[in-house]
Write a protein that binds this ligand. Structure first.
Ligand SMILES: N[C@@H](CCC(=O)N[C@@H](CS)C(=O)NCC(=O)O)C(=O)O
Length: 213
């Protein structure tokens, strides 16, 4: 029986792009339910019934709601083990997760829309807001580049795409958006290797429903 998969997402949301990449890598088909963050559709009552946090993405698989992009990616990896998103060895798995968590836990929360709105409300002009976002991105990416420095490419942790790459590429989209540097170690080379794969290129923000290019 084929799965019925619906992704609640916003075209420009990097957390949504993570899940699109994961779905595509697993060879799964899905429908998109667009939620326009610029019009606060993430806080509409019908969406809060899906995701009480009022953020995208949410993934609905055969009527079961999943939230939090990393939890969703790991769920997909457990249910659809090929190709694996994590290496075999516990040590390497921990390293991949550490890299992914730099992005998901330490960079992204500082530069999501609601936090940037608050930074602005507290008195920063647009340049100040972008500097705030860029600072968080640059610190995280610089550290991430060190974590992968000892690994051969073309991807973050070697010849296979891992969760680290799934999170890195959408974060670099945001780096460009906020004028952040990302010329750290192998970061840009990893992005180029990922974007050569259809699962990354075909799920890019500009190719999504509702995208304003
Ligand atoms: N940790 C969450 C982050 C979700 C998140 O903050 N998503 C952003 C878009 S990338 C959002 O919906 N922002 C709406 C807002 O801040 O109001 C995840 O990985 O799913």
């Amino acid at each position: 029986m084929s799965e019925e998969i619906v992704l609640h997402a916003y075209w420009r949301s990097s957390a949504s792009w993570r899940v699109r990449i994961a779905l595509a890598l697993k060879g799964l088909a899905w429908d998109t339910a667009p939620r326009d963050l610029l019009n606060d559709q993430q806080r509409a009552a019908d969406y809060l019934a899906v995701n009480p946090q009022g953020v995208v993405p949410s993934l609905v698989v055969n009527g079961q709601v999943l939230t939090q992009s990393m939890a969703i990616c790991e769920y997909l990896d457990e249910v659809y083990p090929e190709p694996p998103f994590l290496p075999q060895s516990p040590l390497e798995r921990a390293r991949v997760r550490a890299f992914a968590q730099i992005i998901a836990c330490d960079i992204h929360p500082l530069q999501n829309i609601r936090v940037l709105k608050m930074v602005k409300a507290l008195g920063q002009d647009q340049a100040g807001v972008e500097r705030w976002a860029a600072d968080a991105i640059e610190r995280g990416l610089a550290a991430g580049a060190e974590l992968i420095a000892g690994h051969e490419g073309p991807f973050c942790f070697g010849a296979q795409v891992t969760l680290a790459d799934v999170l890195l590429v959408p974060q670099l989209y945001n780096a460009r958006r906020y004028g952040a540097r990302f010329d750290f170690g192998r970061i840009a080379a990893v992005e180029a290797a990922c974007m050569a794969l259809p699962a990354f290129a075909e799920t890019a923000p500009d190719r999504q429903p509702g995208a304003i290019i």
